[in-house]
Design a protein around this ligand. Sequence first.
Ligand code: ATP
Length: 351
Amino acid sequence: MTGLILENVEKFYGSACAVADVNLHLPPGKLVCFLGPSGCGKTTLLRMIAGLETLSGGEIRLDGEDIGQTPAHLRNFGMVFQSLALFPHMTVGENIAYPLKLRGVSKAEQQARVVELLELIQLQAMIDRPVAKLSGGQRQRVAIARAIASHPKILLLDEPLSALDAKLRESMQVEIRQLQQRLNITTIMVTHDQREAMTMADIVVVLGEHKVQQVGTPIEIYRCPANEFVADFIGSGNIFPATVLGDGKVGLPGGDALQVPICSSIVAGQKVKMLIRPEDLQLSAPQATAGNRLLGKVTFVRDIGATIETTVECSGVTFTALSTPCQGIGLGIGHPVSVTLPPEACRVLGA
Ligand code: ATP
């Protein structure tokens, strides 16, 4: 099978588990993000793929070949670290040529490749400039050019943008994505920034508590989170307790019932957690309770300019609703309000 396959991969430091039971198939040419909170094992997993960390168990195969024991320098993977690890005393050109020099590539070929890569990253005029005299974004681009200089099979990026300010970070996200698509190079990027993962990746691998929690496209992960951990980590969500009543209904703590999609494995009487995204809640002038329209009371309003966040107490649950100013119905603290939870937007979360 083509692509990168991880089978039952695990890593222990002594008796402490860093990564457990990872099974993944990453198809070629995709940008994959390893996303998760600090300490969940993202970097360890990336370093095992790079060959910089040994496996405590499991297998890693690339295009059918077992590479689990192959030394890092024989894997031909490009890597960009958080620190970038550029050589400050070298020029831009020398930094990019460095991996080619190590491989014994002729001077003429090195020069040609450096020129080609500088054109790709739009830094042609800076070939002789010491990297110490570059801006953060320019250094970033040089680090990526160096990582792809020897035509690696896979590009591995470990939080490459975390040192940049928010604006530069956003423009580099677009640059990296465009470069990756132009080169069609399989890329794995570690990030703890869910917005970064959602906007850049073809496939998101959500890690939590040293395990893979879910693998999917950004929209699958957002709309259909596999469990409470993913629902809570990705985007903002209203996660609330409910009791399954049967007939496709759940009961809220305050006694109201909601019609929701329920799979057959969930039985009446079961306590579950539900998710509804803030943008899916509909607020309107108070009317009698009917169907999934309940009565509530506004407890807080936060106007952030482009959007308005309204907090509402409703049937024993605190919900946050997101609306735009033009949808606004002029709500203030203490106002009664009707809250509609469209059935298709309500999701019962797995354990
Ligand atoms: P962050 O986002 O903070 O970089 P991460 O998700 O990349 O975190 P890892 O760096 O992979 O997490 O670490 C996973 C776990 O393994 C953590 O509990 C960490 O303390 C532990 N760990 C990592 N490297 C070592 C090591 N060399 N020796 C012992 N424990 C380690």
